[in-house]
Design a protein around this ligand. Structure first.
Ligand code: GZL
Length: 317
């Protein structure tokens, strides 16, 4: 089946992002779905995008994809564009939690169901069909639980935070704290936001190693693998052994973190499933079939360690 892609830069409507229109030449599906994506800040995000685009094509969904380059303003403009286009449904991966009520009301008034995917919004749940996501607090608890047993509950921790204002960063922090507070000798001594970006993780860790006493740093808790991989580079440049002198735990389970495990550079990662697309599209199908849809469709994820890194890496590449 020959597929064609139409690349449309909609500068007047959604500047300065480009829009990819994926469609099948013999579109069997009568669904047109607008997808507003955060950006390309991490390997997890790009894999997540790949899954949603692939799943849409598999289902013969005409996907209007707009990458917001981490800007809420671009996401709001994209949703308004989707409404003007009269799409059947909208999938929103919100960059931050707040500021969505008005645009979600516009979609509701246009009778267009919205699925929130991945991060959360503070808008009332009556304004969207459902949310498909993992439990960020649980991810933080898992990371802290592993670190507590790995250090017998005695560890000074550097925290690399995700995007400020995102539910992923806030709730991973909350879940992590819930567990380390059980151990009087576990504490976060330094916490800095790195926007989930690998380059920021390296720069922040480099700065911390220059200002803090590295011998006092027991572990790095990173809200995602990309920042952890950046921190690994900084730890190596400081002449220390990541994964040994300084333990590292993060979230996402991207292929590169398993490579780092195979090199002995990191210790644990909490999986964040990249494939939420099928659940989101199923929820939209259920909506159009008049079936009830739960307000939260949870995506599970477990802890992974170096002992299975080679097979996990092979699975993911
Ligand atoms: C969390 C997701 C985060 C990933 C990062 O669900 O929003 O955003 O953990 C990504 O890799 O940047």
């Amino acid at each position: 089946m020959q597929r064609f892609f139409i690349f449309i830069a909609i500068a007047s409507i959604v500047a300065p992002v480009s829009t990819l229109l994926y469609a099948q030449d013999d579109t069997a599906s009568n669904l047109r779905i607008g997808f507003s994506q955060v950006g390309t800040e991490s390997d997890w995000r790009t894999a997540f995008t790949d899954h949603i685009v692939t799943e849409a094509a598999r289902r013969n969904i005409e996907l209007l994809f707009i990458d917001a380059e981490n800007s809420q303003e671009n996401q709001i403009a994209a949703i308004r564009y989707f409404i003007q286009e009269g799409v059947d449904a909208i999938v929103l991966a919100p960059v931050i939690e707040t500021g969505w009520n008005a645009i979600l009301l516009e979609a509701q008034q246009a009778n267009i169901p919205v699925v929130i995917i991945d991060r959360n919004v503070t808008a009332d749940e009556s304004l969207y069909l459902t949310r498909v996501s993992s439990d960020f607090k649980h991810e933080g608890r898992l990371a802290a639980a592993w670190l507590a047993q790995a250090t017998a509950g005695d560890c000074n921790i550097v925290e690399l935070e995700g995007t400020v204002g995102s539910s992923a960063a806030r709730d991973r922090h909350i879940g992590f704290l819930e567990v380390i507070q059980l151990f009087p000798e576990m504490r976060i001594t330094v916490s800095q936001p790195g926007d989930f970006r690998r380059d920021n993780g390296e720069q922040i860790m480099e700065g911390i190693l220059n200002t803090e006493n590295p011998a006092e740093i027991c572990a790095v808790w990173s809200h995602n693998d990309d920042m952890a991989i950046g921190a690994i580079e900084a730890i190596k440049k400081a002449g220390l052994d990541p994964g040994d002198d300084i333990l590292i735990v993060s979230v996402d389970a991207i292929p590169d973190i398993f490579l780092a495990m195979m090199n002995g550079d990191t210790n644990a990662t909490v999986e964040l499933n990249t494939n939420m697309a099928g659940l989101a599209f199923d929820a939209i199908d259920s909506y159009f079939n008049g079936e009830s849809v739960p307000k939260w469709i949870r995506v599970p994820g477990g802890l992974y360690f170096p002992d299975t890194a080679a097979e996990e890496y092979a699975k993911r590449t």
